[in-house]
Design a protein around this ligand. Structure first.
Ligand code: FES
Ligand SMILES: [Fe+2]
Length: 422
C-alpha cells in the first residue's frame, strides 16, 4: 500500500528526520487551558449527543465491512438502530433496524451475510434492499401493501472506501463535505477494495469520549506511558501534524524511519518509517500500518458523560494475506520479514517491528485499553471531582488544540483560553 503522493511522503519523512536529528518536536507556538467541565457536564453531554451524533453524519465502517452482495452490519452506537447492507446491485444501503410491523429489530447480529432479514417477532421478511417481501398469514392480519412498508431508509454514501450514514431520515449527507480538504488524500489511498476485515475489539470504559479521543492527540507520552509497549516501536516527541478543516493527519515516526537514511528518496515509503493516523471529526481515528488499517470509533455512553464506548476494527491488505497464503502460512502469523522477502516491500524491518499482524493488533488494543484509557479513567475521576478546574495543552499537543477548538465551535462555546505558563 503505497498510494499517497510520493512527494508528500518524502516531505513528511524529511520533517520527522529533521525533528529527530535536532531533537525538536512539532510546535504550535501556544498553550491552552481546557476546562475539565467539558468531560463531565451533563448539559454539554446532551448537547454534543444532539449536534455531533444524532444529527451528524456517522462513519460506520469501511467498504471491507460489506465485502459482497448480501453482507450486512448493524450498529446502535449513536442512538439510532441501523442495518447497513450491500444490496443485490452491490450498492451500500442503510435502514432503520426496526420492523415496519411493530418495531422489533430485523437483524440482531453485528455482521453477517444474508439476502433476507426475517423479523424474529412475527416473521415479516425484508430483502437487502429494504423491501418488504412478505408477511405470514395475511388472511388473518389483513391486507398490507408490501410496497408501502419497506424498512425506512437512511441517507448512506460509500466513498473512498468509507461507509457513512446519516442518522436522520431527511439528513444531509455529503462525504466530500465531511472530509473537506482531506478528501483528495483519503481518495489517494484507495483502500476500499484492498482491505479484508480481521476482527473488532470493544472497550467500554469510565472515561468521557473526548478523553478517549485526546489519547490519540500527542506523542509526548509515547516514551513514558508506553515505554514497554508502543514506545518500543515508535519514536516519541516527534510528530508531523497537519489539520484539514475539522479533521487532521497525524504522522508518528517508527523506528523503521532510520532505514530511510540508507535509501535514496525515491525508495522512501512512509508506511515503512511512520504510522499515519487520520482523524475525522468528531470521533474517528484511522490508523495505517504497512499491511493493515485500524478503524477506531469512539462514542459517548448513553448513561452519561463519565463513560464511553470504543470500537477498534482491524483490517489487513489483501496483498499481505496473499503473501501469507503463498507462503502456506497462517496469515495471523505473517511476519513483516516475509513481506520483505516476498518482494511486497522493499525495505527490511528493524527487529522491534517484527511482529505478526495478529500480534500488532493485540498490542495496539491492549496499549489503548490498559495504558491510554487507564490514564483517561484517572483524568475522568479528577474532572468529576470538580476541584481540578482545568487542564493544560502544551505547544507539542497541536492535535488537542485543533480538536477542542472545533468541538467548542460546533457547540457554540467560547474559544479556549490561552495558557501563559502560570
Ligand atoms: S414486529 Fe416484526 S414481524 Fe412483528
Ligand atoms: Fe497512547
Amino acid at each position: 500500500m503505497d498510494r499517497m503522493d510520493h512527494d508528500k511522503q518524502v516531505a513528511i519523512l524529511r520533517e520527522l528526520l529533521r525533528q529527530l536529528d535536532s531533537k525538536e518536536n512539532v510546535d504550535a507556538g501556544v498553550m491552552y487551558k481546557n476546562p475539565t467541565s467539558v468531560y463531565c457536564n451533563p448539559e454539554i453531554a446532551s448537547q454534543e449527543w444532539e449536534v455531533l451524533f444524532k444529527n451528524h453524519p456517522q462513519l460506520i465502517g469501511l467498504s471491507a465491512d460489506l465485502p459482497e452482495i448480501g453482507s450486512f452490519i448493524t450498529t446502535d452506537d449513536f442512538g439510532v438502530p441501523v442495518l447497513a447492507t450491500r444490496d443485490g446491485d452491490g450498492r451500500f444501503r442503510a435502514f432503520l433496524n426496526a420492523c415496519r410491523h411493530r418495531g422489533a429489530r430485523v437483524a440482531a447480529e453485528p455482521r453477517g451475510s444474508s439476502r433476507r432479514f426475517i423479523c424474529p417477532f412475527h416473521n415479516w421478511t425484508y430483502g437487502g434492499d429494504g423491501k418488504l417481501l412478505g408477511i405470514p398469514q395475511p388472511e388473518h392480519f389483513g391486507a398490507v401493501d408490501l410496497a408501502c412498508r419497506g424498512l425506512l431508509e437512511l441517507p448512506a454514501e460509500e466513498k473512498y472506501g468509507l461507509l457513512f450514514v446519516h442518522p436522520q431520515l431527511d439528513g444531509q449527507l455529503d462525504v466530500d463535505e465531511v472530509l473537506g480538504e482531506l478528501a483528495p488524500e483519503i481518495a489517494q489511498w484507495q483502500f476500499g477494495e484492498d482491505m479484508v476485515y480481521q476482527g473488532e475489539s470493544l472497550m467500554e470504559k469510565r472515561l468521557n469520549w473526548k478523553l478517549a479521543n485526546d489519547t490519540f492527540g500527542e506523542t509526548y507520552h509515547f516514551a513514558k506511558l508506553h515505554k514497554n509497549t508502543l514506545g518500543q516501536v515508535f519514536y516519541g516527541d516527534v510528530l508531523h501534524y497537519e489539520p484539514f478543516d475539522r479533521n487532521h493527519r497525524f504522522v508518528i515516526a517508527t523506528r523503521g524511519i532510520d532505514r530511510m537514511r540508507e535509501l535514496p528518496e525515491e525508495k522512501w515509503n512512509m508506511l515503512r518509517g511512520t504510522s499515519p493516523l487520520y482523524f475525522i471529526f468528531p470521533n474517528i481515528q484511522l490508523a495505517f500500518g504497512e499491511t493493515s488499517i485500524s478503524l477506531i470509533k469512539i462514542y459517548p455512553h448513553p448513561n452519561g458523560p463519565g463513560r464511553s464506548i470504543t470500537r477498534v476494527g482491524h483490517y489487513a491488505t489483501r496483498q499481505a494475506l496473499d503473501v501469507a497464503h503463498a507462503l502456506g502460512e497462517d496469515h495471523e502469523r505473517l511476519n513483516p520479514d516475509d513481506l520483505y522477502n516476498s518482494g511486497y516491500s522493499e525495505t527490511p524491518y528493524d527487529a522491534p517491528q517484527a511482529f505478526s499482524l495478529a500480534a500488532q493488533f493485540e498490542i495496539f488494543d491492549s496499549t489503548i485499553e490498559q495504558e491510554d484509557y487507564l490514564m483517561g479513567e484517572y483524568q475522568q475521576r479528577a474532572a468529576e471531582n470538580g476541584t481540578l478546574d482545568h487542564v493544560v495543552f502544551g505547544r507539542n499537543e497541536p492535535a488537542l488544540h485543533h480538536y477542542h477548538r472545533n468541538f467548542r465551535e460546533a457547540l457554540g462555546m467560547p474559544p479556549l483560553e490561552i495558557y501563559k505558563g502560570d
